[in-house]
Design a protein around this ligand. Structure first.
Ligand SMILES: O=C(O)CCC(=O)C(=O)O
Ligand SMILES: [Fe+2]
Length: 225
C-alpha cells in the first residue's frame, strides 16, 4: 500500500510538474523522466496492444520531407476531417490508456493548459538500422498541433538521436532512456537521426486544444508520415 502511494505521488508531484513546465516554456522541449507519466505496467500494456495493429512503411512526410520508418497508426487526423481512432480494439484501448485521468492531469500541467487537450493523432514508430525521420515541422501536418508527446519504448539501440533546431544556429540533441517521454512544441523543426544498431521504437501523439476538423490546406496528394 505504502509503495503504491509512493508511485502515485511520483506521478503527480507538483514540484516536478512545475519544473518540467518551466523547461518546456523556456526551451521548447523537455524530457520527462521514466516512471513519471508511464509506469512499467503501462509500457508493457502498450507493447502488448500494439502487436495487433498492422504496420506500414513510410518514406515521405506530409510536407514532402523524407523519412524511412515503419508506422502503426492508432489515431489519424486527415485534412478536412475530424480526428478518429483507427478501426479495431487496440487503437481505442491505447488512446484510453493515454487519456487516463492522472496522466492527462499531469500532462495538462506540464503543457500549462487552462482547458483540456485532445489527442488529434497518435502512432507508433519502429526504426531498425538505417531508418530515420527527416527534418520536419509537426504543425505542417495540422496547424492546430501544439505539442507532440513521444514515449520511448526501446532500450538497446545506437544512433536514433532526437534533434531539435530552435533556430538557424542552435541544435539540441536528446538521447532519452527507455520509459522517458519527450514533449516538444510542434513549431520547432526536428528530426530523428539514423539508427545504427538495434531498434528504436516510440509512441508519438500530438495534442491540441481544438477537436474539430484538421484545418490543413492540402497542397499535394502524397500520403504523409
Ligand atoms: O518517433 C519519434 O521519436 C518522433 C518522430 C517525429 O518527430 C514525429 O512523428 O513527428
Ligand atoms: Fe515530429
Amino acid at each position: 500500500m505504502a509503495r503504491a502511494m509512493n508511485d502515485r505521488s511520483r506521478l503527480l508531484s507538483e514540484e516536478a510538474l512545475t519544473k518540467y513546465r518551466i523547461e518546456l516554456l523556456v526551451k521548447g522541449t523537455v524530457v520527462i523522466a521514466p516512471q513519471t507519466l508511464f509506469t512499467q505496467d503501462d509500457l508493457a500494456r502498450i507493447d502488448q496492444l500494439q502487436m495487433e495493429i498492422p504496420e506500414e512503411e513510410v518514406r515521405m512526410g506530409d510536407a514532402g520531407d523524407s523519412h524511412n520508418v515503419f508506422v502503426k497508426r492508432v489515431r489519424v487526423d486527415p485534412p478536412g476531417r475530424p480526428p478518429s481512432n483507427v478501426d479495431g480494439k487496440a487503437p481505442g484501448q491505447i488512446i484510453e490508456l493515454l487519456q487516463r485521468k492522472d496522466r492527462s492531469l499531469a500532462l495538462k500541467k506540464i503543457l500549462g493548459a487552462s482547458s483540456d487537450y485532445v489527442i488529434r493523432r497518435c502512432q507508433m514508430h519502429r526504426l531498425p538500422p538505417g531508418s530515420f525521420v527527416g527534418i520536419h515541422l509537426d504543425a505542417e501536418s495540422d496547424p492546430d498541433f501544439e505539442y507532440s508527446v513521444i514515449v520511448q519504448l526501446a532500450r538497446d539501440f545506437e544512433g536514433g538521436e532526437f534533434v531539435v533546431y530552435p533556430n538557424a544556429y542552435e541544435q539540441q540533441v536528446f538521447r532519452p532512456p527507455f520509459g522517458a517521454v519527450v514533449v516538444t512544441t510542434c513549431r520547432i523543426r526536428h528530426e530523428v537521426k539514423p539508427v545504427h544498431a538495434g531498434e528504436r521504437r516510440s509512441l508519438v501523439y500530438f495534442c491540441s486544444k481544438r477537436s474539430g476538423v484538421n484545418r490543413r490546406i492540402i497542397e499535394s496528394t502524397a500520403d504523409g508520415l
